[in-house]
Design a protein around this ligand. Structure first.
Ligand code: ADE
Ligand code: ZN
Length: 371
């Protein structure tokens, strides 16, 4: 396979407007990055690691806070954005839970969900598995059904109007007790047709996977698909523990698995997917910068890696920006992008038939773009 549009490159050295001499190699790189950006924008993809509450853009947060009479520590969206300067997962979560407090009515959850799905569809996301944190709402007196009805209404509308399929994954907050998690799981049973999976998120440090062993056993008995955040700030042992004690089908983040060669072999052999979130990892200082991210190494090892946006309103980009910034910093090419998009459907909680349909879309797209 050869990328036709990357051949349109001048052979000579060119003078830039600043009068500096730019090498042919630099120019070639600029042209190919531009074409790679449009290739990324157009490729059909799935988003598998996305927190609904993490899509609350500062403008919507301020407006919703005003509408509901909730005071916030920031006077406006600009001030909020300035405060989004994180040095760890916890420093982010502290702000994220404060902002989440503006969400009260069914309309708020509908508005938030539909805004994200519209954005995702505009970036050629064809399937979304969306996380939500009910405990961060029910603890403030918001009804479980209020949250679910708002999300579900947006799902139905997006399925019909935006050419996008959706699934909902209910996350358990790991900084709370297993008993509190069990209570929300019991509530979810009455809403089973709307909830596909159970996940585990929030502060990884001090809250190991094994704390939720019974809860995940119960989730499996009830037929839920399961995932868990592990190896984001935690080490490879945390990833191994999540696999062995929670028996999950997918690891969220998991970047620290690379510290354990034996674990990597196991993840490769079993093709357990890892939902990596490059911009999140840089903004939360898991890596010092994007060029130090281990995503490319993970791909080279044969891991089933996917790219996702985690909390795009806080980390500076939605899914296409995550693909593009990783591609620029790590020198990913069109073949890597195709593999990442294929992985995103292979890793989804979809039937084999649905996966095949989406994989076919990628094949057609790649054939159109590449000769
Ligand atoms: N909740 C929202 N974003 C999260 C993340 N990156 N890690 C853990 N919990 C989260
Ligand atoms: Zn996450």
């Amino acid at each position: 396979m050869y990328i036709a549009f990357s051949t349109c490159v001048a052979l000579a050295l060119i003078n830039t407007s600043q009068g500096m001499v730019k090498s042919h190699a630099d120019n070639h790189r600029n042209i190919t990055m531009k074409t790679l950006a449009s290739f990324i924008a157009g490729i059909p993809k799935a988003e598998l690691h996305l927190h609904l509450e993490g899509t609350l853009e500062p403008e919507m947060m301020i407006a919703t806070g005003k509408r509901n009479g909730i005071s916030l520590p920031w006077p406006d969206a600009t001030a909020a954005r300035k405060a989004y300067n994180f040095n760890s997962l916890q420093s982010f979560l502290d702000i994220y839970y404060q902002a989440t407090a503006v969400l009260i009515t069914e309309e708020d959850f509908y508005d938030l969900t539909i805004a994200y799905l519209k954005k995702a569809a505009s970036q050629n996301v064809r399937h979304v598995e969306l996380f939500f944190d009910p405990q961060s709402h029910t603890a403030r007196g918001v009804g479980f059904e209020t949250v679910l009805c708002g999300i579900e209404r947006a799902f139905v509308e997006a399925n019909n109007s935006f050419n996008i399929s959706t699934k909902l994954i209910m996350c358990i907050l790991r900084h709370l007790s297993e008993k509190e998690g069990m209570e929300v799981l019991e509530k979810a049973l009455a809403w089973k047709p709307w909830i596909a999976g159970i996940g585990l998120d929030s502060s990884e440090q001090g809250n190991p996977p094994k704390k939720f062993r019974m809860l995940f056993d119960r989730a499996h008995q009830e037929g839920f698909f399961t995932v868990a955040h592990a190896g984001e700030e935690g080490d490879a042992a945390s990833v191994k523990e999540a696999l062995d004690t929670l028996h999950i089908s997918r690891i969220d983040h998991g970047v620290h698995c690379m510290e354990d060669e034996k674990l990597v072999t196991e993840l490769v052999n079993k093709q357990i997917p890892l939902t990596v979130c490059p911009l999140s990892n840089v903004r939360l200082k898991v890596f010092r910068n994007m060029s130090e991210h281990n995503l490319k190494l993970m791909l080279q090892k044969g891991l089933c890696v996917t790219i996702n946006s985690d909390d795009p309103a806080y980390f500076g980009g939605y899914i296409n920006e995550n693909y593009l910034e990783a591609a620029e910093a790590l020198d990913l090419d069109h073949h890597d992008i195709i593999k990442l998009a294929q992985n995103s459907f292979a890793a989804a909680s979809l039937s084999a038939v649905h996966k095949q349909l989406y994989l076919k879309e990628i094949e057609c797209y790649a054939r159109q773009q590449i000769n």
